[in-house]
Design a protein around this ligand. Structure first.
Ligand SMILES: Cc1cc2nc3c(=O)[nH]c(=O)nc-3n(C[C@H](O)[C@H](O)[C@H](O)COP(=O)(O)O)c2cc1C
Length: 226
C-alpha cells in the first residue's frame, strides 16, 4: 500500500510513475493497469479524450509511448497541436498520475519493432481500420480488413481468427505508429483519509531544439493542496 509521497519529494516523478505502474501490474487488480487517458485539442480548440495503452515509459530523458493510427481524430489533433494531457488512475490502489506534455511521433524503427512484436491478427487489424472514420456496417469493416489482408498476401481462406501472413508477419502500415509524450509537468496523487490526499506537481522547461525534438530542463517539485 502506498500511503503518502516521500519527503523530500523524488527528483524525477517519472521514476515514481514507473514504480507505481510496476506495482499496479503486479497487483493485477485490473485487466489493463497501463490504461491511460489522453486528451488532445482539435484544430478548432475542441477537446477530446480517449483511453490508450501506455506501452513504454522512459524516465530519463522523460517520455511516455503509446501507439495509434496517425490519421485518427487524435492523430489529426496532435498534427495541428502537439500539446496533450494524460491520466492514469488505479482506483483500487488510490493512486492517480497526470502528465502534460508534447506528443511527437516515435522514430520509424521503434514503431517497426513494436509492430513486429504484435500478433498477426493485431497487425491485420491496424491495416483494416481507418480509425475514427465513418463505417457503413460491421460486416463492411470485416470485409475491408480481409480484403486488405489478401492484398498483403494473406490466403483467400484467411479469417480474423486465422491470420497467418507469409513470412510470419505483416509490415507496419505507414499511417500507424508510436507517439512519445514528452513530459513537461507531472502530478502524483495519493488517496488520503478525510480527503486530505497527498499531491505534488513537478514542472520542467521543455524547449524544441534545432533538431525539432523536445529538450527538457531540470524538474522542480511542489506539494499542492488536494
Ligand atoms: C482499454 C483500452 C485500450 C485502448 N488502447 C488503445 C491504443 O493503445 N491505441 C489506440 O489507438 N486506441 C486504443 N483504444 C481505443 C481508443 O480509446 C479510441 O477509441 C480510438 O483510439 C479512437 O480514438 P480517436 O477517434 O479519438 O482518435 C483503447 C480503448 C480502451 C478502452
Amino acid at each position: 500500500m502506498i500511503d503518502v509521497l516521500p519527503t523530500p519529494l523524488p527528483d524525477n516523478p517519472l521514476e515514481t510513475l514507473a514504480a507505481w505502474l510496476d506495482h499496479a501490474t503486479l497487483q493485477a487488480l485490473q485487466p489493463n493497469p497501463n490504461a491511460m487517458t489522453v486528451a488532445t485539442l482539435d484544430a478548432d480548440g475542441t477537446p477530446s479524450i480517449r483511453v490508450v495503452l501506455l506501452k513504454a515509459l522512459v524516465t530519463d530523458p522523460g517520455y511516455l509511448v503509446f501507439y495509434s493510427n496517425y490519421q485518427s481524430r487524435k492523430g489529426q489533433a496532435i498534427a495541428s497541436n502537439p500539446q496533450v494531457a494524460c491520466c492514469l488512475h488505479w482506483d483500487a490502489l488510490g493512486l492517480q498520475v497526470r502528465v502534460e506534455g508534447i506528443a511527437v511521433r516515435s522514430p520509424a524503427e521503434e514503431s517497426d519493432a513494436y509492430f513486429a512484436s504484435r500478433d498477426p491478427a493485431s497487425q491485420l487489424g491496424a491495416w483494416g481500420s481507418d480509425q475514427s472514420r465513418p463505417l457503413a456496417s460491421r460486416e463492411a469493416l470485416i470485409a475491408q480488413t480481409l480484403a486488405r489482408g489478401r492484398a498483403l498476401g494473406l490466403p483467400d481462406t484467411a479469417t480474423l481468427a486465422d491470420v497467418k501472413p507469409p513470412g510470419g508477419a505483416l509490415p507496419r502500415p505507414p499511417h500507424w505508429g508510436g507517439y512519445r509524450v514528452w513530459a513537461r509537468a507531472v502530478e502524483l496523487w495519493v488517496d488520503g483519509a478525510a480527503r486530505i490526499h497527498d499531491r505534488a506537481r513537478w514542472e520542467r522547461p521543455l524547449t524544441t531544439g534545432d533538431d525539432g525534438l523536445p529538450h527538457p530542463g531540470a524538474w522542480q517539485a511542489q506539494r499542492l493542496q488536494p
